[in-house]
Design a protein around this ligand. Structure first.
Ligand code: 4AD
Ligand code: MG
Length: 459
């Protein structure tokens, strides 16, 4: 087994001699001695390697470039230099892969915009190393949380024949020849397509998730999600990952309780299990991040009716770009104002007007709102969207008719209300928005390894 640099720097566990591999982050040579900082991706800190002229290949080593791959053997000693506890005095250095000075990640700091243009190399930078370690750990924490709470993990399909959110944002999946499709009555004939019908990439695993909740009680999905919406913002990606729990025998209040418990768990997890990377974000990405996340882990999340939120916004006297009026959807500027200025912390907005929400949400007795909930957080705005579902067959069918949604393709969904229907609720947490929130990174393109956005799909 290789020794990882993380073990060496954290535990000083490299008694007499050790061997490890990594990439050169920086190299400094002066007469007869060379200081190399090597990083292997296991931790944000590299380890300083001291190469002395007694090494057989010293002259070669003193000329290697940033980015080169090395295997080092040596002894760990307490470092006399400031800023690090340990360093390794090399007894041998093998040059595995050279890098010349055209390697784009030279020592100077690069902008995130520039690093986006070299997404194939940016994982080798400190910031992206930290981001993708955090992302990996968080994904595991998601599974841990649901496992500890006895939720069943279900893999909902990626290719789907139904548009859950009903917003027409599906990417089409087809094997028809775009230039020459079979035509029926002047339109492409999807009955001749691969699946014998129109299909697309899923925008949400919710509807299939509900079927499993009505068998297993508490379930969740965690998978890729696709939306062909043309929104070029710092918070929208065309391909993103979503976590969707669904609970049977549960109400909107239970749903908010679960969301609050989940977010706090993830905050504590990041602080405890990703301490080095979180400290790095606090120093280099957002000053005060640790304090902010600590406060969220302790806070009681505010709960506010949609109508109250509109009142607050109207009374604020702030000039918003988008109008504020009962019945209109909240825009990011409104969401951020509520969570940042009015509440100063995470805030659930509950019971939205039915006309701005999806067909499956439970209709409230007032006849004009549905049991929807969004969780808004400072900096990001909406991080979670969810609802209690309409479990009453007649009400659901009536709503679909009102909204012009065909029942026939959703026959299986309606069946779930026919036998053993029960109150149930769930939500979706955008995984990238979570990573943004916990790292302080401000652009969704910088928390997903290979971002897909309108007019951009490299690799
Ligand atoms: O609010 P949304 O659209 O809700 C649903 O899809 C429901 N079916 C979820 C459910 O009840 N099971 O999306 C949920 C979350 C949003 O709050 C946001 O965090 C994220 O998914 N999200 C996006 N993240 C990145 N890019 C996009 N284009 C996103 N659209 C939604
Ligand atoms: Mg939403």
């Amino acid at each position: 087994m290789k020794t990882r640099i993380k073990e060496i720097v954290h535990q000083g566990s490299c008694a007499d001699s050790c061997s490890f591999s990594g990439w050169v982050r920086s190299i400094r040579s002066s007469k007869g001695i060379c200081f190399i900082v090597l990083n292997d991706g296991s931790t944000v800190e590299g380890i300083q390697v001291v190469a002395e002229s007694s090494l057989l290949n010293f002259s070669h080593i003193s000329r290697i470039g940033t980015g080169a791959a090395l295997t080092v053997s040596g002894a760990l000693v307490e470092s006399p230099a400031a800023g690090q506890k340990w360093e390794v005095v090399a007894t041998a250095i093998e040059i595995i892969g050279e890098a010349d000075d055209s390697f784009p990640l030279q020592k100077k700091r690069h902008t995130f915009e520039y690093l986006r243009t070299i997404a194939h190399l940016r994982p080798r930078s400190n910031t992206f190393g930290a981001v993708f370690r955090l992302r990996s750990k968080l994904a595991q924490a998601v599974h841990r949380f649901f496992s500890e709470n006895n939720f069943l993990y279900v893999h909902t399909p990626i290719i789907t024949a139904s548009d859950c959110e009903g917003a027409g944002e599906l990417f089409r999946v087809t094997t028809l020849d775009a230039a020459n499709p079979p035509v029926l009555n002047g339109r492409p004939d999807f009955s001749q397509d691969f699946f014998g019908r129109k299909t697309g990439l899923t925008v949400s695993g919710q509807l299939e998730g509900e079927l499993f909740a009505l068998a297993f009680g508490d379930i969740y999905t965690f998978g890729p999600t696709f939306r062909a919406e043309n929104s070029n913002t710092a918070r929208h990606a065309s391909e993103f990952w979503m976590i969707e729990p669904e609970m049977a025998f549960a109400t909107l209040a239970d749903n908010a309780d679960l969301a609050e418990k989940f977010i706090k768990y993830l905050c504590r997890f990041a602080l405890d299990e990703c301490a080095d990377d979180m400290a790095f974000f606090d120093r280099h990405v957002e000053n005060g991040l640790l304090e902010r996340i600590r406060a969220v882990a302790e806070a009681e999340f505010a709960r506010m009716e949609y109508g109250e939120a509109i009142e607050h916004l109207r009374r604020s006297g702030s000039a918003f770009a988008y109008p504020v009026e009962w019945g209109l959807d909240l825009q990011t500027e409104h969401e951020r104002y509520i969570t940042e200025q009015i509440v100063g912390g995470p805030t659930f907005i509950l019971n939205y007007p039915k006309d701005i929400k999806a067909f499956y949400m439970r209709q409230n007795d007032d006849g004009r709102t549905v049991a929807a909930m969004d969780l808004l957080v400072p900096k990001v705005g909406e991080i979670i969207g969810g609802s209690q579902r309409e479990e009453r067959l007649e009400r659901l069918e009536a709503r679909m008719t009102e909204m012009g949604i065909a029942r026939e393709p959703l026959w299986w969904y309606l069946d779930s209300r026919r036998w053993g229907s029960c109150p149930h609720a769930g939500f979706g947490l955008g995984f990238e928005r979570l990573v943004m929130y916990l790292s302080g990174m401000e652009n969704i393109r910088d928390v997903i390894p290979f971002p897909r956005t309108p007019r951009h799909c490299e690799f």
